[in-house]
Ligand binder design. Structure first.
Ligand code: SF4
Length: 224
């Protein structure tokens, strides 16, 4: 008899979507926008270049950023052991997280994970802490791995210097991620996906669909 997999699978981008706007999460599960936003395209080109792949399109800006990242990796002294490591990890009973780790490596003799980020500007601080280095991603990526530290190598598209920002493993943050995935599972079971209309709609891939802009049907394709 075939075993039915009843586990709930989530990714970091799914979590990010859900907690920004639950409706966006649902739309992103069901539809794909045919036109990719320029900043997402730039990020995926840079990631492909860092993984020694040739992206479909390759902008000069992406090449410059990838070169800056390679240089920064050397300057900081990060050692790359593996790239683009795809894993599925069990967070708790029935809860799985799908992750793609940019780099498994070493820093100053210690095992670490590395993640590349290409924001428009350098990451901001609040009380000398960087919220962007403290989200769901690092505890979810370090979960059940031997590394206890993750570095974000941040190469702003505005040509500001590349900086490495450290995150250290924390049990409280792990619990926070598990709770977040449980909330998403519950919402999915109940089909609770409320809109959260506001400033974030400006950057949302599904804004034209969500706001019923004439011709939106031609901008998306249904996921199989
Ligand atoms: S346009 Fe706004 S309300 Fe609609 S899905 Fe996107 S973020 Fe949510």
């Amino acid at each position: 008899m075939q075993r039915i997999d009843t586990d709930f699978y989530e990714s970091i981008s799914g979590l990010g979507n859900f907690f920004g706007c639950a409706r966006k999460y649902k739309l992103a599960k069901e539809w794909r926008a045919l036109k990719v936003k320029p900043w997402l395209e730039l990020g995926s080109q840079v990631h492909a270049l860092m993984d020694n792949k040739v992206p479909n399109e390759c902008w000069p800006k992406a090449i410059r950023i990838a070169e800056r990242l390679v240089e920064a990796e050397k300057d900081y002294g990060f050692k790359v052991l593996e790239r683009e490591v795809k894993e599925t990890v069990t967070l708790a009973k029935g809860l799985k997280l799908v992750r793609i780790i940019d780099v498994v490596g070493e820093y100053q003799g210690e095992p670490v994970l590395l993640d590349y980020k290409v924001p428009n500007k350098p990451w901001y601080t609040i009380n000398r802490q960087r919220p962007k280095a403290m989200g769901f991603q690092p505890p979810a990526y370090l979960f059940k791995r031997p590394e206890k530290k993750m570095y974000f190598l941040v190469a702003p598209a505005d040509d500001s210097p590349v900086k490495a920002h450290l995150y250290e493993s924390c049990k409280g943050d792990e619990k926070n991620v598990i709770q977040a995935v449980r909330i998403v599972r519950h919402a999915s079971k109940m089909d609770y996906f409320p809109y959260n209309r506001g400033f974030q709609c400006k950057w949302c891939d599904f804004a034209n669909m969500c706001y019923g802009k004439k011709g939106w049907e031609d901008e998306y394709t249904k996921r199989s």
